[in-house]
Design a protein around this ligand. Structure first.
Ligand SMILES: NC(=O)c1ccc[n+]([C@@H]2O[C@H](COP(=O)([O-])OP(=O)(O)OC[C@H]3O[C@@H](n4cnc5c(N)ncnc54)[C@H](OP(=O)(O)O)[C@@H]3O)[C@@H](O)[C@H]2O)c1
Length: 331
């Protein structure tokens, strides 16, 4: 059996949950009989059944004609869970279904599972193959893995620079660097694959960016949630009429003191739909732990973050060691 081929199908299926699963993992599951896929399930976010449960419930309950046979092979890109969360443990329904072989893509980094799901299946005599493609499966869920293993989102830095390495004008005016083709690429491959885009306040003042997904195909645009738009702004310097201010905008400001002079500005920003989060700063740098804690909770639940600049912001992330990937567009 070509496990890599079928696991890739699970991965492709899992991506349908992008934009819906929040800080939970993307998971796809398929059932293979005689080399053909006969059923599939996708996890679509909090409150919905996990992929393998959805697949098995659909078969057992709705289509008795295609009930599970012991020769069927269940594929799933993440180890089935063995704990009670929002839904019951998936291993229970797998064991009840009579399936004899399960192929998993990667071990679940969640400490409540972490190999226990695989072991529990093996303990009942089920053959568990894998993890068969751990690198690709971890890559698919890089944000979920990062949150569980490091307590912070997976972070990508993106910068545009001229052939001479210039990223900004020195006189404070806007410098357009990237071509239309590069913009389409970064909207399609970077903005759509991250939960949030982050910039420093000076970039908002100089460039007045929208920080939305626009330059991409209609189908992608329609199947993707707009990312959160985060501005690091200790002294609330953001203009209230900046284009970024509105739905899904989050302004991170310094903790308030007793003589806070920004109350009316904050009110206007909130009226326009922005969230304001106060985070303590030490030497003008936000406390990272508090920042990650705030951004991992509802309604933000970030697991992936795209840092678009400018220089001071990139440097803050670099010197703190918070860079997992860096993309440089040269034009
Ligand atoms: N080529 C590109 O890809 C690209 C991308 C984006 C921007 N840019 C250009 O870059 C220029 C702006 O860059 P810049 O370096 O001057 O400013 P910036 O990075 O846009 O903003 C810096 C400011 O953001 C706040 N900030 C950033 N990180 C922080 C942290 N960890 N903790 C607390 N506050 C933090 C601070 O605000 P306070 O000053 O209020 O303390 C800081 O001075 C613009 O000209 C823009 O056009 C280029």
């Amino acid at each position: 059996m070509n496990h890599a081929y079928f696991m890739q199908q699970c991965i492709d299926l899992a991506t349908k949950g992008r934009g819906y699963v929040g800080s939970n993992p993307l998971v796809g599951s398929i059932l293979v009989r005689d080399g053909r896929i006969i059923a599939e399930g996708v996890y679509m976010g909090k409150g919905t059944p996990h992929a393998e449960r959805q697949l098995l419930e659909q078969l057992n309950v709705k289509t008795s004609r295609r009930d599970v046979s012991p020769e069927d092979i269940l594929y799933v890109n993440l180890e089935p869970c063995c704990h009670h969360g929002d839904t019951p443990p998936c291993i229970d329904i797998i064991i009840r279904s009579g399936i004899k072989t399960v192929v998993v893509g990667m071990k679940d980094p969640d400490v409540r599972v972490s190999g226990n799901g695989i072991q529990a299946l093996r303990d009942t005599g089920i053959r568990v193959v894998g993890p068969v493609m751990p690198e690709l499966c971890r890559r698919l869920n890089k944000g979920f893995v990062s949150l569980r293993e490091r307590g912070r989102p997976y972070i990508t830095l993106k910068r545009a620079q001229t052939a001479q390495g210039v990223t900004a004008n020195t006189d404070g005016t806007k410098l357009c660097i990237t071509s239309d083709e590069q913009n389409t690429w970064s909207h399609t491959h970077l903005r759509t694959t991250h939960d949030a885009i982050l910039v420093g306040v000076q970039t908002v003042i100089t460039d007045n960016p929208l920080l939305t997904i626009r330059n991409t195909k209609y189908e992608i645009l329609n199947s993707t949630h707009q990312p959160w738009r985060i501005v690091l702004d200790p002294d609330l310097r953001i203009p209230t009429d900046a284009r970024v201010v509105g739905e899904r905008c989050v302004v991170i400001r310094g903790s308030k003191n007793t003589q806070d002079s920004h109350e009316s500005k904050e009110r206007i920003l909130k009226q326009k739909g922005a969230y304001i989060i106060s985070v303590p700063a030490v030497n003008n740098h936000f406390d990272w732990d508090v920042l990650w804690e705030s951004l991992s909770t509802f309604p933000f639940q970030l697991s992936t973050l795209l840092v678009e600049g400018g220089e001071k912001t990139w440097n803050a992330f670099k010197s703190a060691g918070f860079v997992d990937e860096e993309v440089i567009l040269v034009n």
